[in-house]
Design a protein around this ligand. Structure first.
Ligand SMILES: CC(C)(COP(=O)(O)OP(=O)(O)OC[C@H]1O[C@@H](n2cnc3c(N)ncnc32)[C@H](O)[C@@H]1OP(=O)(O)O)[C@@H](O)C(=O)NCCC(=O)NCCS
Length: 148
């Protein structure tokens, strides 16, 4: 049976393994060793994992800034894809964001991963005409190519 749970420290190794598989080109600042302790400081209840037989098979991070909800780190272990695991994590995080009165959820897809857009569309997300911009603050790591 698959359970959607709030992330806990015992899942660190499983999430690390999942992210290495799902995001092989990740920037150093997105690795589990850096991103997870940071997320634990802010709305930790919006960091979800999918667990089956004690194994981490999916992850999803979200945050609500008081205006918009944001979703990232959506991943499912390769051998468990197309079983509705990501959909189950979305249903749970949308429930949690709705409870916070979050009116709208945004997410970004790097252009090199545009093939994933139909997946998000199946979950009800629309492509909007936006240009995504960002800026590293002094605590961020060395600049990496845009979109990372
Ligand atoms: C994208 C990803 C999270 C999907 O996880 P999943 O558990 O296989 O997704 P689900 O089984 O819950 O699928 C939900 C719906 O999307 C559809 N879907 C899933 N993957 C799809 C894809 N690659 N293209 C088109 N549709 C897709 C499913 O058929 C399902 O539709 P339905 O329920 O209406 O029949 C997984 O493929 C993954 O980890 N990819 C690598 C990491 C990644 O690219 N993450 C996104 C970063 S922006």
């Amino acid at each position: 049976m698959v359970t959607i749970a709030t992330y806990a420290d015992r899942y660190f190794g499983g999430v690390d393994r999942l992210w290495r598989e799902a995001f092989p080109d990740d920037a150093p600042r997105n690795t589990a060793a850096i991103a997870i302790p940071q997320k634990r400081q802010f709305q930790p209840e919006l960091f979800l994992v999918a667990i089956e037989e004690d194994e981490v098979i999916g992850s999803l991070m979200a945050g609500y800034d008081g205006h918009r909800g944001w979703i990232s780190r959506v991943a499912v272990r390769q051998v468990h894809r197309r079983r509705g695991i990501a959909r189950a994590m979305f249903e749970e995080v949308e429930r949690r964001l709705a409870k916070l009165d979050c009116p709208k959820i945004n997410l970004q897809v790097v252009t090199s991963n545009a093939a994933v857009v139909p997946f998000y569309e199946r979950l009800g997300y629309l492509v909007e005409p936006r240009i995504s911009m960002s800026k590293m603050l002094p605590k961020g790591d060395a600049p990496t190519p845009p979109g990372r």
